[in-house]
Ligand binder design. Structure first.
Ligand SMILES: Nc1ncnc2c1ncn2[C@@H]1O[C@H](COP(=O)(O)OP(=O)(O)O)[C@@H](O)[C@H]1O
Ligand SMILES: [Mg+2]
Length: 463
């Protein structure tokens, strides 16, 4: 039904029956009788129903009060840390697309947004598939034709992002032709991140050489300058082999062309309602992590400062000087295990941990999707307040994913003659686009079918 006042704009019923019957009731949930809506991710009940983005439909028959076919929304008033898990092809990138569409400025008004002010976002697109956010589904592409049929079934119109900027690293082939090439400035990379990049501990001999060299550089320098300094500077007490090893590794980086003294300035991306997509498929995993680190760190510091000023002016009732920054930013990371792996060195881990810790105070949200839930760093996951759990098959992944669900699991589900009492078994049965939505404010996970995408779902190249 939805909140739309006009009947023609309401979502179609889609499911009036479901093969899934849960056996424990949903004790606590934010249900809005008018229009048959359920709101996730909202701490306090609010009567004005603003700031909601459409997620999909509840698809379980619930014992007691039944919520089957109710429309599921997510409140975006406050920052979230969202964890999306599932096997390959289960609908994770699709969810990222659904959330990005929900918070972004669209070319046409759409009932998938209920009284929202479009937000600024940055997408770490590890597979280079989110450029399609700029376009409506294309009927000539078979995958998109199915999408259009789905949209019709749900009574939702196709749409496209109004302000989506694409970024590619140097040396990557453009896809649409309107991408901007970006570089990192070597000064933007901390000593710890350099060490993680070259696979060395900070206090190792190579880590030490690098630290000293960085200390001795000017405020602005190129990678060539750094290599030059390591080659010709005074290094008597440093073993030649350590210094050479660092030089060789840095020279490898010089050749990738990822660095330049004209590095990316994240401030340029922070325009209200701009979605910036970093298409990183063509570069190495550690470089994807580095790009993420540089962006996350700049975001934390810029937005932290911005909110600090905002709070002070509020407190002392002063005018805030306009720094042009939006109050909220969302960062999306697909294949999060690639940029924030648990267990081994990665340049992005500290930056992302700091990002999620500061998140609420600095207006920063994070959405991560992964097919390897056990491979994502725990310090980042400890802040998750909303989860979308799709199909998983391996027990280790199931345990890791369910550990991070921020509410109770479902205890029992009847499905095609079977009585399932193990949550892992329930996850194994899910089809693409179906998930258990979990949040702090709902007493247990709720089985939800994610809505169709309004923009083209990518994952293939133009023919
Ligand atoms: N909510 C959905 N509604 C309809 N089809 C979906 C939905 N989610 C996923 N799919 C289908 O599953 C395919 C794989 O989804 P995708 O999100 O790309 O998988 P992954 O989990 O590997 O990121 C999509 O191309 C689409 O056909
Ligand atoms: Mg994917």
């Amino acid at each position: 039904m939805s909140f739309a006042p006009k009947l023609t704009e309401r979502f179609a019923t889609v499911f009036d029956r479901s093969p899934y019957q849960s056996t424990d009731p949903i004790g606590k949930v934010q249900y809005v009788q008018k229009g048959n809506n359920v709101v996730f991710g909202r701490a306090l009940r609010d009567d004005d129903e603003d700031n909601l983005v459409y997620i999909g439909k509840i698809m379980e028959n619930t014992v007691g009060r039944n919520y089957l076919s109710a429309d599921a929304w997510m409140d975006i008033t406050f920052p979230h840390v969202i964890y999306i898990t599932g096997t390959r092809g289960s609908g994770k990138s699709f969810d990222l697309g659904v959330l990005i569409e929900g918070i972004s400025e669209l070319n046409d008004p759409s009932p998938i947004q209920n009284a929202i002010s479009p937000l600024c976002s940055i997408v770490i697109d590890t597979q280079s598939q989110f450029w399609t956010l700029k376009y409506k589904p294309n009927p000539r592409v078979p995958e998109n034709a199915t999408q259009l049929l789905d949209l019709q079934k749900w009574n939702i119109s196709p749409n496209s992002l109004a302000n989506c900027q694409l970024f590619i690293p140097h040396g990557t082939d453009p896809i649409t032709g309107d991408e901007h090439v970006f570089h990192l400035n070597p000064r933007q990379v901390t000593h710890e991140e350099w060490c993680a990049l070259i696979g060395q501990e900070v206090y190792s001999p190579q880590g030490h050489v690098l630290g000293r060299a960085l200390d001795e550089m000017q405020e602005s320098f190129s990678l060539e300058d750094l290599i030059q300094h390591l080659t010709t500077g005074e290094w008597e007490e440093i073993p030649e082999s350590s210094r050479n090893a660092v030089i060789y590794k840095l020279d490898g980086y010089r050749r990738t062309g990822l660095f330049s003294d004209q590095g990316l300035d994240v401030k340029d991306l922070l325009k209200p309602s701009q979605c910036s997509v970093f298409m990183l498929r063509g570069i190495r995993n550690e470089d994807k992590a580095l790009v993420t680190a540089v962006i996350a760190r700049q975001l934390s510091s810029l937005m932290g400062e911005h909110h600090k000023k905002l709070k002070m002016s509020q407190f002392f009732d002063r005018e805030t000087e306009n720094d042009g920054l939006p109050n909220k930013v969302w960062m999306f990371i697909d294949e999060a295990h690639v940029v924030a792996p648990s267990g081994h060195l990665s340049p992005a881990k500290d930056a992302l941990t700091d990002y999620v810790k500061r998140g609420r105070d600095a207006g920063l949200s994070l959405v991560m999707a992964t097919q390897q839930p056990s491979a994502v760093d725990d310090r980042i996951l400890s802040q998750v307040n909303l989860s979308m759990s799709h199909r998983l098959t391996f027990q280790a992944d199931i345990s890791a994913a369910t550990n991070r669900v921020p509410t109770k699991l479902l205890k029992g589900l009847k499905f095609s003659g079977k009585d399932l009492s193990d949550f892992g078994d329930m996850l194994r049965y899910l089809e693409a686009g179906e998930c258990f939505l979990g949040d702090h404010n709902t007493s247990r996970v709720v089985m939800t079918h994610v809505r169709p995408r309004v923009t083209s779902h990518g994952g293939y190249n133009p023919r």
